[in-house]
Design a protein around this ligand. Structure first.
Ligand SMILES: [Zn+2]
Length: 261
């Protein structure tokens, strides 16, 4: 796995994770877990009980408050919730993104190929953690996240930094014509859409760059290109280190991304 200039690789108490340097530089605690045999994350959206013990283990390592972990059910919606108090799992149904300005709250999301975004407004001191699978990307959840930050905290997109966790990338996000057509119609307004949605003639399959499409949407919303920090890690190309639904099959495990003020 290639570690680029935006991330650092860490290991503590047998737990391996990466952290985003631009967030660390601003004293924002963050982590994305790599494959760890002793650290399996669950999420309520799959009918699983969240294993808060595991989150506590991770929080101890990254110096976050393990008692204040907030996890949305992440049912592939485009709903983003402002967290102003502790919410029960039931209250976080049909939620895929969280934002807050509350100190000591841990916003957590999980993935295995889906995109996870960690956001931070350095002026208003607001954080966000967004789960955007292909369905969430299709439903443009990243725009809703920016809208909610503006609505609740008067954030200026120019001050928001965005970190992109490991996820499936264009190299491996192979789809059939039905999904290709859905995306093509939906995002036809994007200039050079054919560079984001390409056909591989040999395989007769299509490849979609959901990260690239979301980057375009974010920039249209006023996020500065230089404030988007991508780890550039494909979950399938790096399946030794990163959980992947497509690579692991139906018994797949999840990674988690956490961020806290
Ligand atoms: Zn790949």
């Amino acid at each position: 796995m290639k570690i680029n200039e935006n991330i650092v690789l860490k290991e503590k108490n047998g737990i391996r994770y990466i952290q985003f340097k631009p967030l660390l530089d601003l004293n924002i605690k963050n982590a994305y877990t790599l494959k760890n045999d002793n650290l399996i994350f669950k999420k309520p959206g799959y009918g699983q009980k969240v294993n808060f013990d595991t989150y506590e283990k991770l929080c101890n390592v990254v110096e976050m408050n393990g008692k204040n972990v907030i996890i949305p059910q992440a049912n592939h919606t485009n709903n983003v919730k402002n967290i102003d108090r502790k919410y029960t799992n039931e209250e976080l149904e049909k939620i895929d993104g969280l934002i807050t300005n509350k100190k000591d709250f841990v916003l957590a999301t999980t993935n295995a190929d889906c995109i996870l975004y960690l956001l931070y407004d350095k002026e208003k001191k607001v954080i966000g953690n967004i789960h955007s699978g292909w369905k969430g990307s299709y439903k443009r959840i990243i725009e809703n996240a920016i809208d909610e930050m503006q609505k609740n905290y008067d954030c200026n997109p120019e001050n928001i930094i965005v970190c992109i966790c490991p996820s499936i990338r264009k190299c491996c996000f192979e789809v059939d014509k039905d999904v290709r057509d859905m995306f093509y119609e939906k995002f036809l307004f994007i200039p050079n859409i054919d560079t984001y949605i390409e056909k591989n003639e040999e395989k007769n399959k299509f490849f979609i760059d959901t990260v690239g499409i979301n980057n375009y949407l974010m920039e249209q919303k006023g996020i500065k290109k230089e404030n988007i920090y991508d780890c550039d890690i494909c979950s399938i190309c790096n399946k030794e280190d990163i959980h992947s639904y497509r690579a692991e099959g139906k018994n797949f495990n999840l990674a988690t991304a956490v961020i806290s003020l």
